[in-house]
Design a protein around this ligand. Structure first.
Ligand code: ADP
Length: 270
């Protein structure tokens, strides 16, 4: 009887052990699965511009008797795709580093009003060239503790998107306000908007809506901008949300960042 009870106890202990090990390993398995998907999606995304570059340069090489002017279209395509490739590699590196928490987040005092005005200046010429009204509404100084370069990158991502999906005669506005202990940054455009069913997916890595929707075919995005934006906001303990009343009704991205509250320190090794 003692032997039976002992064996029974052992069997239960082994089963419980397996169960616990399985539960402990599950997050690791999910993280590993996510990494595999990321690498596979990234490889796929890297292949597309490379294929375009190769085929366009191939055409140029078949027409060596023609002048550069006659080959300009192919060279232009290859050049455009090589720029996209370089942005893609940069974005992938940022996300891979943020995943492994090897991306340092500085904790410095950042004047958001100055930052907004600086980014506004960067985009003024582009807006003028495109015939878009670019406005800023930042009535007061707002300071937070954060990483100036990353917050600059965040604004650039949001402005890039707003300008990309907005046409001549339309409007983009950057607003900076406060709400209790939060700095509230919004980038609002009257452009193309996003279909309701796609909104929940815009922060997913590699998600882009059919590029033919954006009338600037050459500017096909990487689908990583908003994923990086969300990571930057998370690293500052903030919140980001995107709103659109649907296609043709413009888009608003709202970012809330705690004022003054330092975020948890991160591993600074790069
Ligand atoms: P991308 O590099 O393609 O811009 P993002 O992650 O920044 O990647 O955005 C994902 C998708 O969300 C875009 O492809 C676009 O379809 C949609 N999107 C983002 N911002 C806007 C906007 N301001 N207006 C319309 N669509 C937008």
């Amino acid at each position: 009887v003692i032997l039976t009870v002992g064996l029974g106890g052992l069997a239960v202990a082994i089963l419980v052990g397996f169960f616990l090990a399985e539960r402990m390993l599950r997050p690791i398995r999910i993280a590993w699965q996510r990494q595999l998907e990321f690498v596979s999606d990234a490889s796929h995304e890297l292949r597309t511009p490379l294929a375009v570059i190769q085929s366009n340069l191939g055409i140029v090489m078949e027409h060596t008797d023609e002048s550069v002017i006659e080959n300009l279209e192919w060279l232009n395509n290859a050049h455009g795709e090589s720029r996209r490739l370089s942005k893609l590699v940069q974005d992938l590196l940022t996300l891979a580093r943020s995943d492994s928490e090897r991306m340092p987040i500085e904790q410095e005092t950042v004047n958001l009003k100055n930052l907004v005005e600086h980014v506004h200046e960067l985009y003024e010429t582009i807006a003028e060239m495109k015939g878009i009204t670019l406005a800023v509404h930042a009535p007061e100084n707002v300071e937070i503790i954060g990483d100036r370069d990353r917050l600059h990158q965040l604004l650039v991502i949001l402005l890039d998107n707003a300008m990309k999906f907005t046409e001549a005669g339309e409007r983009v506005e950057i607003k900076l306000n406060t709400n209790k202990n939060l700095a509230v940054l919004t980038v609002e455009d009257t452009g193309l908007g996003i279909a309701k069913e796609n909104i929940p997916r815009v922060f997913d890595r590699f998600f882009t809506v059919d590029p033919s929707r954006s009338r600037e075919h050459t500017q096909k995005g990487t689908g990583l901008g908003l994923s990086i934006a969300r990571w930057i906001v998370d690293a500052h303990r903030g919140r980001i949300a995107l709103y659109s009343e649907g296609l043709g009704h413009g888009t608003t991205v709202k970012v809330e960042l705690p004022i003054g509250a330092p975020h948890p320190s991160q591993d600074k090794s790069t």
